[in-house]
Design a protein around this ligand. Structure first.
Ligand code: ADQ
Length: 480
């Protein structure tokens, strides 16, 4: 493992330019994609919902425009929304984008942070491009920062940005939230610049995670990579700065989502789905098409259900919506071919002339249609092999009709499983266990479904999007 070196909070360019603290400031959100009003391609949907309470009039949201250009923009393009939120974006140079996004972020960090070292592709030029893009983000944001602003950086694409901001003299409070899991030292050490990443994150005042396990994994890495000794509050000192690792699990706006699902029940798409099902029970999966989501294993589990519990043949339909993503990365192309094959195998084996057991689609579906589909589904199948949180699990619970709720089958390796313990918790690597849980959900008496759903809903309402923002910003404001 390389030593923490170049990206240290102390800075590269001489004495830090002090910026005044404690003046009332804005919340400045930084994320890879920005849901700016004019960008219809931005896919920050889930994030925009989660951050609705942090992005208030006067806030600034900064990130990539979604455009690749000959050169990375030196200056951000800004636009102000109707709600008085400023969206500031930069273009990224094509040569950097490939290496930054498809290379280091999605070819190395994503597989590693989802425990898939076998899929990790590392090379130095990719990591250099990652740092270059993070530096470009910092340089373009710098002129927009005001004293007292709270800077909140999101996710694995931007792990070195805080260190770049410090190097440019930014003294504002900076927080970072990781949406994906964090891995223990034995895994992180596989990545050659592991120590550099931990040092760069230590330029933040607050580093937030989805689960308690992620917090301790990060602190264990800090102890090993930096030689620091974290206290019981998750704080440690590194190069004169105090960093605190905190647990701030993300949530949804459950009331809004429940209302959306109720309305969606009567929309054309949901009605068409219900009519196509007839009396059959719907088993539903909704994911990005990503190898972390455990889709091949899920298809196998459904095959096991039909094989081992023949009473469900002709009585269920499994609909898997798997929106294509990151299609330029080789492992995603392989996954798609694999799923096409397995879907064909299952339908080939079990279909009848008037019943196709598995419906599998890869084009995007609108949010309100998905809400209506959740409400129709008797089983919500959420079986990632690893997931930071998984908001689909929470959305499924919120969307149910409390009088006749469906049952969530949830992977123990999703962050959501830490809290949603009344779901049917499964090991996604075991198709027979997942099939048994599906069977249990399909035959579960109404009273038990109602009791489990009530307990799950109370949790989804409690750990909601508002609480996520409040908790994180409270930590970020707290200068003690
Ligand atoms: P994702 O891996 O994208 O997010 P997830 O949390 O399940 O995963 O979904 C985010 C949003 O995308 C949800 O609102 C969901 O409805 C929507 N979505 C998913 N599949 C869809 C599809 N096929 N069509 C339309 N919409 C779809 C990352 C982490 C997660 C973490 C989130 C938020 O990987 O673990 O929960 O960030 O922190």
């Amino acid at each position: 493992m390389s030593k923490a070196s170049t990206l240290t909070p102390a800075g590269r360019s001489g004495a830090p330019r002090a910026r005044e603290k404690n003046a009332p400031g804005r919340v400045v959100i930084v994320s890879n994609r920005v849901p700016s009003p004019s960008d219809k391609t931005a896919t920050a949907g889930g994030l925009a919902v989660a951050l609705a309470d942090a992005v208030t009039p006067g806030s600034l949201w900064f990130g990539w425009s979604g455009k690749r250009a000959d050169e990375t923009s030196a200056k951000a393009h800004t636009e102000i929304s109707d709600t008085n939120v400023t969206y500031a974006t930069i273009d990224i140079a094509e040569r950097d984008y490939q290496r930054f996004y498809n290379g280091f972020a999605n070819g190395a960090l994503w597989p590693l942070l989802h425990y898939r070292t076998g899929l990790l592709r590392f090379n130095r030029p990719d990591f250099e491009a990652y740092r270059t893009v993070n530096r470009a983000f910092a340089e373009a944001l710098l002129p927009l920062i005001r004293p007292g602003d709270l800077i909140w950086i999101h996710d694995y694409q931007l792990m070195t940005m805080a260190a770049e901001l410090r190097a440019l003299g930014v003294a504002n409070r900076i927080g970072f939230f990781l949406h994906v899991p964090f891995v223990p030292p034995s895994l992180l050490q596989v990545l050659p610049p592991a120590a550099e990443l931990i040092a760069a994150l230590s330029a933040c005042d607050i580093v937030g995670f989805q689960t308690a396990g992620d917090v301790s994994a990060f602190l264990d890495n800090a102890a090993i990579c930096l030689g620091v000794q974290p206290d019981n509050a998750g704080c440690y000192l590194y190069q004169g700065r105090k960093t605190r690792a905190v647990l701030t699990p993300i949530g949804i706006d459950s009331d809004k989502f429940a209302a959306l699902a109720e309305t969606a029940e009567q929309t054309a798409e949901t009605i068409r789905l219900r009519e196509s099902l007839g009396d059959r029970a719907l088993v539903l999966g909704v994911d990005r098409l990503d190898y972390s989501k455990g889709l091949p294993q899920r298809f196998d589990a459904y095959g096991r259900l039909l094989y081992a519990y023949p009473q469900h043949r002709r009585c269920v339909n499994f609909l898997q919506i798997a929106a294509r993503s990151r299609q330029e990365v080789g492992s995603y192309q392989t996954l798609r071919r694999e799923l096409d094959r397995r879907a064909g195998d299952i339908n080939g084996e079990f279909s009848d002339f008037d019943w196709v057991p598995l419906r599998y689609m890869t084009h995007p579906v609108k949010r309100n249609a998905i809400a209506g589909f959740y409400r129709t589904a008797r089983i919500g199948l959420v079986t990632p092999l690893r997931d930071g949180m998984n908001l689909v699990a929470k959305e499924y619970v919120a969307a149910q009709n409390a009088a006749n709720p469906g049952m969530l089958v949830l992977s123990r390796f999703a962050g959501a499983a830490d809290e949603l313990t009344e779901a049917l918790i499964v090991n996604p690597f075991d198709p027979d266990e997942v099939a048994a849980a599906m069977h249990q959900g399909l035959v579960m008496p109404l009273e038990e479904r109602q009791a489990r759903h009530a307990a799950l809903l109370a949790k989804v309402k409690h750990t909601n999007a508002r609480r996520y923002c409040e908790q994180f910003l409270e930590y970020l404001r707290d200068d003690q």
